[in-house]
Design a protein around this ligand. Sequence first.
Ligand SMILES: [Zn+2]
Ligand SMILES: [Zn+2]
Length: 346
Amino acid sequence: MRAMYFEAFEATPDVRTLPDPTPTEGGVVIKVEATGLCRSDWHGWMGHDPDIRLPHVPGHELAGKVVAIGKGVRRFREGQRVTVPFVSGCGHCGECRSGNQQVCEEQFQPGFTHWGSFAEYVAIDYADQNLVHLPEAIDYATAASLGCRFATSFRAVVDQARVTGGEWVAVHGCGGVGLSAIMIAAALGANPVAIDISDEKLAFARKMGAVATINARNVADVAEAVRDITGGGAHASVDALGSPVTCFNSIKNLRRRGRHVQVGLMLADHAAPQIPMAQVIGHELEIYGSHGMQAWRYDAMLAMIESGKLAPQNLIGRHISLDEAVPALMAMDKATDLGISVITRF
Ligand SMILES: [Zn+2]
Ligand SMILES: [Zn+2]
C-alpha cells in the first residue's frame, strides 16, 4: 500500500510503498476512502505524543470499507462502509464496561498507538466494540471528518458541557474543533460566540451558526468582551484551540456556575497552563476535558446529521491527495485553511 511514513520526529515524511496490513483476531482492515488532517497529527509528528513509536504512519480521522476481518469479529462483514472514533476502547477494562470507551485504559488509537490512516489501508483492533456502520446518506469525506474533531466537539457540547437552548456558549478558536462546536451548539438552540484572530475564520464561524464574533486582536480583554456580549458571561465555554491564553480566557469568561470544556490539546510546553482558580472556587465553575466519543454515542450524532440539523459536510475545506498532505501536515500549526482538509486521493 501507499502510505505517509516518517522515521524521525520533525523530519519530512515521505510517501512510500509498505506491506498491506492484516487483521488481528478481533480486528479488521479498512480500505481508507477518506481521512482528515488534524492538528493532533502535527503534534504527533513533532514528537509531542508519547504513544507514538517510530517509524510511524499518521492519520486518525477515517472512513472506508471493510476489506478483511479477523476470525473473532462478529458484527462486521467485508464490504461494509464504516468509520471509527479515534479513541477505540478495548471492551473489557473498567472504563469500557461502564460505557466510557473514550478513556479506556488500553485504548487503540490509529495514527498514535498504532499505524494510522494516511495510507490506502489501515488495521483497526477491537472492531466489534468500536466500528460504526455508516448510513448510505453520509459520504466518506464527511464521515472522516467526524472521527475526531466533530465527535469530540459533540461530546464536549452535548455530554460534558450539557448545553441547552438559549444558553450562551463561547468558543475559543475557529479551526475544525471550534467550527464543529459552534454548529452543534447552534443546533441545540444555544447562542455561540466565536473568538479567533482571523476575520476570515470568524466570518466562516457566523455561517456555521455563531451569533456574535470577537477578534481577539481587536479587544483589550477577551473575557470582558464575552461578558459584555453575553450579559455577564457564557454559560459554557470551549477552548477549541489549546493554548495557555485560550484556556485561561475560556475559564475567565464564564458566568457563575459556568462550565469550561478543554478540547484543544495542551502538550509539551503548554501541558500545565495557568488557570484562574480563585474564580473556579468562588463562582463554582466546572472544568471538563473531552477526549473523543464512544462509538455507541454516534447514533445520536448521526441521527442529527441525517435529519439535517447538523451539516458537518459544510466544515470540509479542501480535498487533497496523500502527496499533498505531506506539506499540509508540516504546516498544520500555522494552518490558515478555512475548514477541514481531507485526503481523498491515495
Ligand atoms: Zn477499555
Ligand atoms: Zn484529530
